[in-house]
Each structure stands twice: as structure tokens, then as C-alpha cells.
Design a protein around this ligand. Structure first.
Ligand SMILES: Nc1ncnc2c1ncn2[C@@H]1O[C@H](COP(=O)(O)OP(=O)(O)OP(=O)(O)O)[C@@H](O)[C@H]1O
Length: 239
């Protein structure tokens, strides 16, 4: 790039200021601030019931009953703990459901191939294993070419081996697509294996915010990894 040429400034995938959300008497989010940078992989940890899913749902625009300012990239996609596939549509059709225009099978197939499901394109969702259904849900998110991908405990219902493979896949997809990711997880190791930055929620805000300078691929035995795991567990009150 020539000197003096201004790079186009892209807006942030997410910029949140003073966000509060209450359910009746209970305030779950309290003046929360958060910025997510383009391409950043952010893991969000916190004890059960602290408001992680509430925050994610707000970023996904599934909940507007809030005060504060929320700016989120227009191109965003979500994958939840359960894959939420429509049983009456074939797998490929599920992937492109809701996109404007005629259902584009070629586009669906390309996305399914990317998650290793090129052979499951024409089956019904009930024929999929749990891991395959979750990968279909990832394909459905990626086909939207999001700038921000919101993942709410997408692996927590999977068995250990399938989970490991799914984590690896998400890492690869992130590197290929370059989208920002916000991953809600209970699993400290998962956060440390995948993320650039970890957040821990505390009393309705981001109580801890740490960029991870650990080499990739991450190694669970690496001293930096071990130290961060101890730090995060302490922050979560597990020691
Ligand atoms: N629609 C709702 N109506 C009433 N209370 C709600 C609603 N949604 C969430 N809550 C409450 O808000 C709090 C935060 O819930 P949330 O699901 O965001 O927590 P979480 O951190 O994602 O928990 P977990 O890790 O267990 O999934 C909980 O006390 C929950 O009961």
C-alpha cells in the first residue's frame, strides 16, 4: 500500500456501551461495555446464570428489551447449543433457509463440503448424528458470510471426541473466513484452545478481559496455557 493512502475503516463487529438488561426485579446485565475487533476470536466465560446467553441473544438481535447502545455488524450469524434444524427440509435446504432469493443448492453444498458433510446434502435432519447436525448448523451460519459469528455453547452436547473434532473445525473455519467470533462456553480449555481473547463476566459486566499471547496451535501442556487455565479457574471461583 502506498504511503499516505488511508485504509478504509471498517466498523467493529460489535460495539456495546452501557448495556443493561433486567428480567423483572433481576438485573442480569449492568452497564456492560464491550468491543470486538474485526477477525478477533473472543471466548466468553462465566458462572451459570451470569448472563452470557442473554448478551449473545442481544448481539444476535433476538432480544431488544435493553437499555444502552448496541452496534453489531449487519452480517452476523448464530449457532446455538442445539442445532435447531427444520425436520421437514433436507439438510442442504436447512443451510440456505431464510436467505433471500431461490434456495441455492450449490451454495449450500459448498458450505456443507466445508464442514465435511458433502455426503449428507440430500438426507433429512433426523438421519444426522449429533455432531453432523451441529456441523450443519455451522454451515448454515457460514453460508451467510458473517462478519460476526455468535456461538452459544455449540459443542456442549457432543461427546468428547466429536467435541474435539468440532472445536478443531471451528478453528480452521475461523482462520479461513477471518470473521470475528464470540464463543460462549463453560469450558476453560476450549476457550484457551481457540480464542485470541478471553472474557469473564462478573456482576453483569465484563469483569476480566485478557488477550491471549499463546502460540498456535495451542498446547494444553504449554506453561503459558497452564498458567492461564489456573488464572481463569480462579476467576471463575474453581480452584
Ligand atoms: N426470558 C427470560 N425471562 C426471565 N429470566 C430470564 C430470561 N432469560 C434469562 N433469564 C435469567 O437471566 C439470567 C441469565 O441467564 P443466561 O441464560 O443469560 O445465563 P448464562 O450465563 O448463559 O447461563 P448458562 O451458563 O447456565 O447457560 C438467569 O438468571 C436467567 O434465569
Amino acid at each position: 500500500m502506498a504511503a499516505g493512502v488511508q485504509r478504509e475503516v471498517t466498523t467493529k463487529p460489535a460495539a456495546v456501551r452501557g448495556l443493561s438488561r433486567s428480567f423483572g426485579e433481576r438485573t442480569v446485565l449492568r452497564e456492560l461495555d464491550l468491543d470486538i475487533e474485526p477477525g478477533q476470536f473472543v471466548a466468553l466465560l462465566g458462572p451459570s446464570g451470569c448472563g452470557k446467553s442473554t448478551l449473545l441473544r442481544i448481539l444476535a438481535d433476538l432480544d431488544q428489551e435493553v437499555t444502552g447502545a448496541v452496534e453489531v455488524a449487519e452480517r452476523r450469524a448464530v449457532a446455538f447449543q442445539s442445532p435447531r434444524l427444520m425436520p421437514w427440509k433436507r439438510v442442504w435446504h436447512n443451510v440456505v433457509l431464510g436467505l433471500p432469493g431461490r434456495p441455492d443448492k450449490q451454495r449450500a453444498v459448498a458450505a456443507l463440503e466445508e464442514v465435511g458433510l458433502g455426503h449428507r446434502v440430500d438426507v433429512w435432519p433426523k438421519a444426522l448424528s449429533g455432531g453432523e447436525a451441529q456441523r450443519t448448523s455451522l454451515a448454515r451460519a457460514l453460508v451467510r458470510e458473517p462478519d460476526l459469528l455468535l456461538l452459544d455453547e455449540p459443542f456442549s452436547a457432543l461427546d468428547a471426541l466429536t467435541r474435539l473434532k468440532a472445536q478443531q473445525l471451528v478453528g480452521e473455519l475461523w482462520q479461513r473466513h477471518g470473521c470475528a467470533i464470540l464463543l460462549v462456553t463453560h469450558d476453560v480449555e476450549e476457550a484457551l484452545l481457540l480464542a485470541d481473547r478471553v472474557l469473564v463476566m462478573h456482576e453483569g459486566r465484563i469483569g476480566y478481559d485478557q488477550v491471549l499471547n499463546l502460540p498456535r496451535p495451542r498446547e494444553v501442556g504449554d506453561p503459558g496455557f497452564v498458567a492461564m487455565r489456573a488464572e481463569l479457574l480462579a476467576r471463575l471461583g474453581v480452584e
